[in-house]
Design a protein around this ligand. Sequence first.
Ligand code: ZN
Ligand code: FE
Length: 251
Amino acid sequence: MSLRIERIPTLSDNYTYLLVCEASGEAAVVDAPEAEPVIRRVDASGARVTKILSTHHHWDHSGANPELAERWGAPVFGHVSDAERIPGFTDGLDEGDTIRVGEEEARILFIPAHTSGHIAYVFDAAQALFCGDMLFAAGCGRLFEGDAGMMFEAMQKLGALPDATRVFCGHEYTESNLVFAAHVEPENAAVAAKLEQVRKIRAAAAADWHDATPAEMTIPTTIGEERAINPFLRAADADELGERRAAKDSF
Ligand code: ZN
Ligand code: FE
């Protein structure tokens, strides 16, 4: 495995990722809302950024695309339906497509629900999933442009990935998600244990998220862990998933 993944804290709780193929030095940036922290990290790493990737069009996942694309002369990828909405968009992707970062390959999963053009990038060999605002640690994104049926289908797709797949999501929402998960499943021991662990990690957090070190980040989790703790991934059907999402909206 030669995909190095650096977690860059951006805005107030966003994750931007720098993916570096160690064999070739080629790199990609996933979900960049602000340029400065990303440029600093790329310069320090010596990586050569050849692709800008967005999981969906929301500004907090794509706002810095044009500035970064111009700086490195890199194309900007997103779902083919979001050509008009993703800043700097140049290349459309859809379910089943693949892209490469150096020698590492990613499959594209189309997972609309949070937005109508949401995709995930799955690096099978590196066992890494980049899923934006669809699946969070112990949570899921809001249903802005889809319904519970679409979200259930997307959850089935992500839940079918191998247990060891690392989940790199778009926000550090884990602690509040686990409080809700414990409310939904008070008897779930895995949720209780994870909440205790995450509270310890987050209690030591820096005041400014931009200064966060890996020690205070709860991401990545894994698909196997999410299967045990995530009330949305664990929902039996679209109705239960929809009820839980609606309850979370006003929790
Ligand atoms: Zn979003
Ligand atoms: Fe977001």
